[in-house]
Design a protein around this ligand. Sequence first.
Ligand SMILES: O=P(O)(O)OC[C@H]1O[C@H](OP(=O)(O)OP(=O)(O)O)[C@H](O)[C@@H]1O
Ligand SMILES: O=C(O)c1cc(=O)[nH]c(=O)[nH]1
Ligand SMILES: [Mg+2]
Length: 193
Amino acid sequence: MTDADVIAEFRAAEALLEGHFILSSGLRSPRYLQCARVLMDPARGARLAEALVARLPAELRASIAAVISPAMGGVIAGHEMGRALGVPAMFLERPEGVFELRRGFRIEPGTKVLMMEDVVTTGLSSREAIAAIARAGGETVAAAALVDRSSGTADLGVPFFPLIRLDVPTYAADALPPELAAIPAIKPGSRAA
Ligand SMILES: O=P(O)(O)OC[C@H]1O[C@H](OP(=O)(O)OP(=O)(O)O)[C@H](O)[C@@H]1O
Ligand SMILES: O=C(O)c1cc(=O)[nH]c(=O)[nH]1
Ligand SMILES: [Mg+2]
C-alpha cells in the first residue's frame, strides 16, 4: 500500500478534518486525522492493519506475542493488528489518569509486545503506554501506528513503524496564526485537559 493509497483510504472515510483542533498534547492544529472514522469500516481497518504488518521485518513480526494499545484511539487499531498478526490484542485505560491493563487483561513476564497507536503527534501517549506495558511485565519490542504526524520528532525508545508519515502543522496555544485564532477550537480526544 503506497502513501497515496493510505491517504485515499482516509479521504474515502472522511477522516481528514480541517478546522481548529486541541490535540491530546494541548498543541493546536488546523488538521486532525480522525482514525475512528477510518476504522468504522472493519474491512478498511483490516486492509490497513495487513499493510502495516507487511512492513514489519519478518523476524520482529514472528517475535510479537501480543498487541497492546492505549484507549480509546488505539483500541480498534490494536484489535485489527492482533487479527493480522494472529496474536491477542489488549488495551490500556487511564481511569485514574495513568494507563493500566484492566478487565482481566494480563501478560506473562517478558511477553514481547507490539504497542499500537492510531496517531502519534508528540509521542507522549505512546511513551506512557510503553511504560504501562513494562509495569505489567511486558517488553515492548516495537511500536506501530496508523499515522505519524510528529514530523520525525517523536522518540518512542523502540523501533517505530507508522503506516504513513504526514507533515501536519501544530502550534502552541499562545502562538496561533490569526486564521486559526479566528476559529473556535474543539478537542476530539479523551485525555483529561
Ligand atoms: O502523540 P501524542 O501527542 O500523545 O498524541 C497522540 C495521542 O492523542 C490521541 O489520543 P487522545 O489522548 O486524544 O485520546 P483518545 O485516544 O481517547 O482519542 C491519539 O489517539 C494518541 O493516543
Ligand atoms: O495529537 C492528537 O491528539 C491527535 C492528532 C490527530 O490528528 N488525530 C488524533 O486522533 N489525535
Ligand atoms: Mg489516544
